[in-house]
Write a protein that binds this ligand. Structure first.
Ligand code: PLP
Length: 405
């Protein structure tokens, strides 16, 4: 008899965003006159920049001519894009990463979720709490997370590393040594960062203990402060213990185009085995490659015009984050993040849970945020606000919140 992969039955429903959608729909139905402002979105809203659009048109035309038509993309991505990435994202930052170590893909979500496949089912994993849910869910599917405890909201085989205001939202080095450590900076949902010396401590810890760090740097383009690393390979020794995920989604608005990449240094070993050839093998078997047209679009992000245009867009989003942070701080809230990330992490008033505050904001201000508890137990007491909305709507939302208090 056919049996389902039992691990899939251990997945928890995508409770967070479906519950938000239901609550907002119910409130809107009863109060159709209220203009709802959504500061919960985790997707970009600005159009693709002109330099990229031009490259897309050019690549589409190439596909229509016999001499320039392209079929299957090379397994690891086109050389023109891997060379451009290696030069701009690594060489210019003093990181020793070669084009062969870059695996082009359709985005960071798939890579973050799939990377665990090349490690043993018994490997232990550690994640930040609160956290982007993909790391845990992909390990649940693989049977690595253990059983879910409804009391704690955690899986019993996962090592959760609390990120709190006391530790500046950077977890402490775990006493129980994990095999695989997922780190995400700038962080979703807290919008906070890790400083270079702190990240070096993690790299030293991983090297000493034979762990591998899976470093999600999807929001690096939002970094504005000097001592915040864009890449884990800015740290000494990271080639021996870290894999890095990058995305064009938030960097250049590619959430609908789909492009990202993963770096696996050739020095990286797991239990004495080279990791690079295994991911290359997997990539060749289970992955079709990002389309030529999209890879040309990605290359255009690094052109002079492309850089100017995407930086302008990111600065615009960060302008929204500043309005949110400053407005809420003026209203007496503790706010974190928002300087090097599109997310602001606000504390909820004392005595309220994240969901109770979510309800208050919705019903009293018509503003939608994302309850922090939905990202993990240590997210309780916080709400995530995003800077992806319109400028005027963002301003209006903050004014409405200020009037509530
Ligand atoms: N990593 C983090 C931390 C994210 O927040 C997201 C999307 O929200 C992703 C990865 C997904 O990136 P992509 O669109 O490249 O799949």
């Amino acid at each position: 008899m056919v049996r389902i992969n039992q691990n899939y039955l251990k997945l928890q429903g995508s409770y967070l965003f479906s519950t938000i959608a239901k609550k907002v729909a119910a409130y809107s139905k009863e109060n159709p006159e209220v203009e709802i402002i959504r500061l919960g979105i985790g997707d970009v809203t600005q159009p693709i920049v002109p330099a990229v659009i031009e490259a897309l048109h050019g690549a589409v035309d190439e596909m229509g001519a016999k001499e320039t038509f392209r079929g299957y993309a090379p397994d690891l991505g086109y050389e023109f894009l891997r060379n451009t990435i290696a030069k701009n994202d690594y060489e210019k930052r003093g990181c020793d990463i070669t084009p062969e170590e870059i695996f082009v893909s359709d985005g960071a979500k798939s890579d973050c979720a799939n990377i665990q496949e090349i490690f043993d089912a018994d490997c232990s994993i550690a994640v930040c709490d609160p956290v982007y849910p993909v790391y845990v869910d992909s390990n649940v599917m693989a049977g690595r997370a253990g059983e879910y405890d409804t009391q704690t909201g955690q899986y019993n085989k996962v090592i959760y590393m609390p990120c709190t205001k006391e530790n500046g939202f950077v977890p402490e080095l775990p006493r129980e040594v994990p095999d695989l450590i997922y780190l995400c900076f700038p962080n979703n949902p807290t919008g906070t960062v890790i400083h270079k010396a702190q990240l070096q401590d993690w790299v030293d810890y991983a090297r000493k203990n034979g762990s591998i760090i899976l470093y999600d740097s999807a929001y690096e383009a939002f970094i504005t402060e000097d001592d915040v690393p864009h890449s884990i390979y800015e740290c000494e020794g990271a080639r021996e213990c870290a894999i890095e995920f990058r995305s064009f989604s938030k960097t250049a608005g590619f959430t609908g185009l789909r492009l990202g990449y993963t770096v696996i240094p050739k020095d990286l070993k797991a239990g004495g085995e080279d990791v690079w050839p295994l991911w290359a093998r997997r990539h060749g078997t289970k992955y079709n490659g990002a389309p030529y047209i999209i890879q040309r679009a990605g290359e255009a992000v690094y052109s002079e015009a492309g850089q100017e245009q995407v930086h302008e867009q990111i600065a615009w989003y960060l302008g929204n984050a500043k309005i949110i942070s400053e407005g809420l701080a003026a209203a007496g809230f503790e706010v974190y993040g928002g300087k090097n990330a599109p997310y602001v992490w606000m504390s909820v008033p004392k005595g309220l849970t994240s969901w109770e505050f979510f309800d208050q904001l919705l019903t009293k201000a018509g503003v939608v945020g994302t309850p922090g508890s939905g990202f993990g137990p240590h997210g309780e007491g916080y709400l995530r606000l995003s800077s992806f909305g319109d400028r005027e709507a963002t301003r209006k939302a903050i004014e409405r919140i200020q009037k509530m208090f």
